[in-house]
Design a protein around this ligand. Sequence first.
Ligand code: GLN
Ligand code: ZN
Length: 775
Amino acid sequence: MTDTTNSSAPAPAFPGGTILGYPRIGRMRELKRALESFWKGNSTEADLEAVAKDLRAANRDRLAALGLGRTDSSIPSNFSFYDHVLDASVTFGAIPTRFNDLRAQDGSVDLAGYSTIARGVGDKAPLEMTKWFDSNYHYLVPEIGPETVFSLTSSRWVDEFVEAKEAGFITRPVITGPLTFLYLSKPSDDAPTGFDPIERLDDLVRVYIQLLAEFEGAGAEWVQIDEPILVADIDADRADVLANAAKVYEALVAATKRPALFVAAPYNALDDALPVLKDSGVDAIGIDLVRGSVPTGIDLTGTTVVAGVVDGHNIWRTDLDKALEKADAVAALGATVTVSSSTSLFHVPHTLQGEEHLGDELLSWLAFADEKVGEIATLASARAEGEGAVAGALAEARAALKARAEHPGTNRADVRQALDGVEPGHFERSPYAARAAAQDSRFHLPELATTTIGSFPQTQEIRKARAAWAKGELSDADYEQAMKDEIATVVKLQEDLGLDVLVHGEAERNDMVQYFAELLEGFDVTKNGWVQSYGSRCTRPSILWGDVARPEPMTVKWAQYAQSLSSKPVKGMLTGPVTILAWSFVRDDQPLGDTANQVGLALRQEIADLEAAGIGIIQVDEPALRELLPLKKADQAAYLDWSVNSFRLATSGAKDDTQVHTHLCYSEFGEIIDAIDGLNADVTSIEAARSRMEVLPAIRNHGYERQIGPGVWDIHSPRVPSTQEVTELLQLAKDSIPGKQLWVNPDCGLKTRGYEETNATLKNLIDATRAVRSA
Ligand code: GLN
Ligand code: ZN
């Protein structure tokens, strides 16, 4: 390094093994409980701070015990109270002006203010929440305008480093990079039309430079700057993105007071951004070798590469031999190699401890966060001291992998045969016109037919009954009766309101994926395998480990019971194959499309059984269809092909006079409109209330000929829209789509809503529909 503008010494060696980040919520979801208690006013800010401090200390101690070094910067400091992107907004003073009253004199916000920005208050909307790359984690979208004043207004990141240092650790602060931050931002309400947040890059970089100086002053030796945006194809011109990357990192490298810079790019391959980062002179580059492959045609001599060879996004035990081969292949390009997780480990649960119910066999195939840290320690030792030093661990991993591959459940003849028997005709239904005619004469539904998306409020009583049943305190028969009573209440309510197509309310479902995972073969569920979805909200993904089969009907008895209570059609309700995959941890030993088709076949059998039981309308939800869309444009066509096909395999056995519905939880589907058309559902409900039907003109222009239910109630808040408001939305919808093709429904299911707003809103929805019908 001959750069004379940089007074710092050559970068300290990067540790031999590390992780990009660790779960933040706590083994027992301590942070969730502390946050929710603070929000309810049952504890103070100091109480919350104390829980967080203990959690950070416990995490550091555990990571050190698992084999990461205490003082070599291998332990990441990546704590967040709610969301790491929100942390960046708050650190850089990028708080929307509607929250100005939350800021102290120095611009900072306390934890109450921070929570308000995340959750909203009164008529002040929170920051928008959206999916983080191709994961099921949600971040809060920064709002940036020409007026945003960037300045360091929080010392938390630095304080957390100092806190660790005082406990005897030199950790590595983890921060969201300036490119990712601005490309994920949206223009502030005050910004003029056409403004693009990336225009503020130079201003923001100045604050990063100040922050780096503070880290250096506090004694940080390395800082990790996450730039996953560099692996994604985004709307911006790639040449501009690369030019911005070069500019930013050359500027940060030239900063006179800074720790060594480690730029991490999880979730896919860096491709043409790799040479740009290398040439910028950053001290280490993190690449994802699970989703991306080993780069070719580049000389990495003199570059430290943090090779993400352990999957941070899934839970399978690592093939250590393959991981070592990948690390060697990167070293062969001239790089100095460190082994790491491919992404932060916050996408996987903390530990397998406590999951003994899964059985030794399945357990031996898995690695959650703590076990992955152990794998990384093994890999680092193998590279430093030779494989002989860890021969036992390598042999154990090989044996587990072999057992998994040879297990009868991962290769079932019956499932394979069923799949081999699938023919092109299994993906096709009759032409839509024939189906529509058959369905019309069966159901005689009015124009602007009204329905809901499936779930009704999951009340305390429902949860209590399920908990008691799980503990054995409520018998099977009593539980079943409790659920039937709930179904009867919900059906009666809908009849009284005057809805046209009813639902049974999904009271019996703990979760729209886990419910099916518990009834299908090839899945298992954890006891404590929670991962953060957003803020304090966690999900417990099921484990899809084997070939999928349906031993018996899963939903028929509930659907049949609900239908027996009404002369109106009650929709059968299923979760689609893509969503079942997206919200589970899915086997990585065969193409996702094969797994999706196995699930598709199981659902196809379920649909046949529902039909035989007299259910005429069946909804197959695919809210996650867009979530799995690959980050690289080049990969998208293949994904859309298998995902759409698996849905068609599930639904195309339906008879002409069976009306197939689907539901998607978002409205921005411009880029996948062909795929949505390709699902070939008779009726598709989508989210559209908040965006005021914005997407409908595009759907019309696409020539969409089937029926569509754009949501008229934003169910994310308890606010009750007035009849007038719903009427306006319906009229807006009719401006784009003929009334004959339109349905009237909420944006999504009502399980998180209460009965007060549900009753009031559904009444307004019906009144508005009647008004528009007769207008
Ligand atoms: N049918 C489901 C429900 O109503 C759909 C949920 C979803 O789209 N996430 O709850
Ligand atoms: Zn939804």
